[in-house]
Write a protein that binds this ligand. Sequence first.
Ligand code: FE2
Length: 349
Amino acid sequence: MTLPTTQTSLTVKQLYDRESCTYSYLLIDPSTREAAIIDPVRELFERDMQLINELGLELLYTIETHAHADHVTSSGKIRQNTGARIVFGEASGIPAIDIAIKDGESLPLGHFSIRAIATPGHTSACTSFFADGRLFTGDTLLIRGCGRTDFQEGDPATLYDSITKKLFTLSDETIVYPGHDYNGQTSSTIGEEKKWNPRLGNSRSKESFVDLMNNLNLDMPKKINEAVPANISVGINYDPKRYLQHEFTMNDLHQVWQKLPENCLIMDNRTPEEFAKGHVPGSLNIPLGSENDNIGKINTYDKVYIYCRSGRRAQTTFTNLSFQGMEHLYCVSHSGMPDWIKAGYEVES
Ligand SMILES: [Fe+2]
């Protein structure tokens, strides 16, 4: 009996970040030693580089499924060290990358190719990648779950279409490798998810999915105010203090308000009804969801301070606007109007 001497399939190494539960993947053509890495994590740069060097790989690409909110990428550093090209979905509009890949385009990797599938919904620029029967879904499709849709231009109806009309049309045997798993699972298949995914498997309707996603009420990721802006610059030259200085309390806001410099805006992003009942005097009501229509106006101010009731909506707006390159924002992130009232500060209604 002779044993096979050549390996004909793509090698995939699944790498894990304990802190953010992120999976990174190293894709290798075993015969040419050409490789690509998907979603590498900044803190694990040394581990990944050591592995790449030990295996004698030529790293061609460092691929991002999207601009992550929960960890900072090492793509920029990997590019500096290996010459690998940074790949992002075309819709990301991120300037620091090398390849803005379009839906359906492929990256050659030795005898294989990595095909991009635009899967917006978790973020507007999310891209999944398919190579040799394996599907790397980022946060679009998770094992028995899916990415959230409540920030970074997320949209549940779009996510539903991306998963059901694009990913679920791949063969049932396709292996699903997600960007995260919080329960210790490592992979799934399209067939399994079609049947068992509780969010949208078993032919769940779009309406029911949208309703479910709009009522998850999740907390914001711990690192969002740092990670999203840093990832837009592919993880290099980032200064955490520059982003963390934007975290404000209602007391800080009060100090600013007392001597509000000219051309600064205090923005209340609650609903018009909440705003009418009482707000910070002189603040402007730009309800959550309408900030994109007001970008021109927001950009005319030197500084913009955002608050809401609890900090959740303010953070969402902060992230949405930061994602579009704004750096003059300050966000009241863990308190809001009730704390202003409790402190006895002046209220306008
Ligand atoms: Fe994500």
